[in-house]
Design a protein around this ligand. Sequence first.
Ligand SMILES: [Zn+2]
Length: 397
Amino acid sequence: MVDRVGLIYTDEYQKYNFGKDHPFRPLRLKFTYSLMDKLNLLNSSRLEIIKPRMATNNELERIHSLEYVNIVRKLSENPRDNTISPYIYGLGPGDTPAFEGMYEASALVCGASILAAEKVWNEEDFKVSFNPAGGLHHALRNKASGFCIFNDIGVAIKHLQNLQKDIRIAYLDIDCHHGDGVQWLFYDDPNVLKISFHQDGRFLFPGTGFINENGEGKGKGYSINFPLLPSTNNKNFINLFRKTVPKLLEAYSPDILFTQLGVDTYFNDPLTEMGLSIAAYRDIAQTIKTSAREFCQNRWVAFGGGGYLISVVPRAWTLFLAKMLDVQLKNELPDSWIKEIKENVPYEETPYLLWDRGEKIEVQMLSHPEIAKKITDYTKSLIEISNEKYLPNLIKP
Ligand SMILES: [Zn+2]
């Protein structure tokens, strides 16, 4: 039996749109799909493209309050409804502005994440599924936050918990921003292991994700945070990732792995200050895939997330899909895709290769040897913290 991969996709994702000047642009998804197509990944016999449905109110209310769901619905009908104070709910002008149709668009993303989770949980031949529109990890029970209206990851976790009460889920988040929403929603739940790698909250939204945020009550020890210094490069990130993630997952040995694959750790990302290049994501994808197979019952559900360069996100997520399908891609881009990017985002640097290496950031770091050393030493100290502080909590005596 050949392992199959589910890609949850629809053009309707374009409706999750805060407007043309907002950085979280659904065009990212369109060009991701287009690149996957042009590189012949979409006609792989192992791939099934699945059209999502909207999540129902019942499904949303396992995570969000009835009050909040109703507010989103009302503002979705009329974003200028002046009987509502949107700010109380994290909506309104700012990061996460209300827009017409946002209820349907957000419920669709949640439905897609439910389908992704269900596919891998219920169907023996599907080992991996990917919802690139998902990963809205900041949304809270009563509140939108950081471009996230409903927390699709939380909704999908609750969906599986509803199918099997004692299911153990590991949630791994590599977005440059701390996966705060998922952490707080399951802070006291030992059956959801939360691991987040992100730029240190002292320097970046949402300002959380510190080493001492470990969980509470029965969930103590099941929230794990790796706050990283700005400019952390491929070498340091990959070393830390390889030396911690497989061990933590092995110790926890979940029934299924969820990953949030935000790629805003890219060195040129306009919203963040990290130092990864696309080559790093190939390596990360390999580590995740191997760990899922060896330690997570070979079940992997992937979601998208942040990433604010339209010329970068599609290349990174295409590499993730290629890894899921065990396809080796060459380091080149189809001319027709380059043309699409040139025409649609002329203000971004035109890419010519599928992945760029770490050279640019390495050169920058070489010109600041004392900073480079500080980052290397600090990242190594995180490996020690993981081994000495995080890991023992997961190993049953
Ligand atoms: Zn992010």
